[in-house]
Design a protein around this ligand. Sequence first.
Ligand SMILES: [Zn+2]
Length: 479
Amino acid sequence: MNSCIEWIDDNQSRFIELSDQIWNFAELGLFEYESSKLLMEILEIEGFTIEREVASMPTAFIATFGSGKPIIAILGEYDALPGLSQDKIPRKQPINKDMPGHGCGHNLFGVACLTAVLAIKEKIKNEELTGTIKFYGCPAEENANGKGWMVKEGLFDDVDISLTWHPSDANSVVSFNFQAIIDVLFKFQGQTAHAAGDPFNGRSALDAVELMNVGCNYLREHIIPDARLHYIITKGGKAPNIVPEEAEVWYFVRAPRFEQVNDLYRRVLKVANGAAMMTETSLEPMILGGASNMLPNETLEELLHRKMTEVKPPIYSDEEIAFANEIRSTFPENYFDNALTIYPQEIRELTEQFRENPLNNIVYPIFGRGITLGGSTDVGDVTWVTPTAQFVTACSTFGTPGHSWQMVAHCGMSIGHKGMFYAAKVLAEATEELMTNPELVTKAKQEFQERISKTPYESLLPKMSSPPIEHFRQIYDNI
Ligand SMILES: [Zn+2]
């Protein structure tokens, strides 16, 4: 039979169509009904066994094909971001103003994983490979850390290895750390009154929110440099002449390791309680989600790097380069130097060539071990329960900000599609090697055991058994 790479090349148009359909759906985390249904339908037709609504999330699922060991999990996402609607053109133009858009490229993310598992399925069906391939349909990466809930439910307990990827502006194995995060809503309850007639009878919940934010902005000076605090006010009253009796502020609290984020949250909570005390309001903190930092697996990182190098990044057409140049003209003047700041010197030097050429088509050497980036990912939780590694591929012009209209535009056109197929091929080739090389699986598992024995895993999720779906619905209704 053909190689996985040939099979993927022969089936491209079908997967482009799927990725564009999910790009059009652009559904928010926990509400990806159409996107997950589409993926499940295809997997079912292809003979996979589907477990639906896993971990009490309507849009989470697991699709399994094959039998026996090894069990390889491929983690796919498909949620979009609010307010990022954008057409597939290199200038800002929403299709439907204020509606969601795929600003993190998760339409490509889910479909690349689907492509890879279907290529592997063909080989298992033809008895060229033995083992089990599992597609994890992971909702709500952007808001509710869906994978953490799946971990909490024990859904990775039988998995030998997990692999995943993410759209980016360059091609690299992910060997740096991401921040641990606690995602929390602070709800203040006060006493309403006529804001002019009898304000002395009122106790403003909005005052509490504002004082809490002032306190946290002072707190910033005295927290570890890599930690991050950010918030939005999700409820602030109905009219200026009514003292707000209810107000809410939504915080992300982040730090490089889970014990550090727990400590920082303890301090943020003190500030919130102080604000409630000052305003004579009551406070109800509600943890909505959380994600751990990453436990690396160098054995798997090296496998992915070798496959990325063998498969080779895409070659771009003149039209794609022209699109990228136009996108680049929308970036701030110093975008290139800013984009380089996260890289070590060796990688900066390699990247200089993309100051003029807007599409980054090289594979970086493995770098970043020990560096923590500013963001967080729920892949973090998976890394603590099964050996896991991930990589990124260029799906956009170099320097494209994450969660931007520019990213949405790329992910609906051929630059994004090329990055998607490159990722699918690397995932399939890496899975094939794991299914034919048991020593490699054993080595990755041994490394995992050594690391986990030094630092036991601690979930940052709240005690409840499923994510607060209704609260997310209300938050989105209010925004
Ligand atoms: Zn993402």
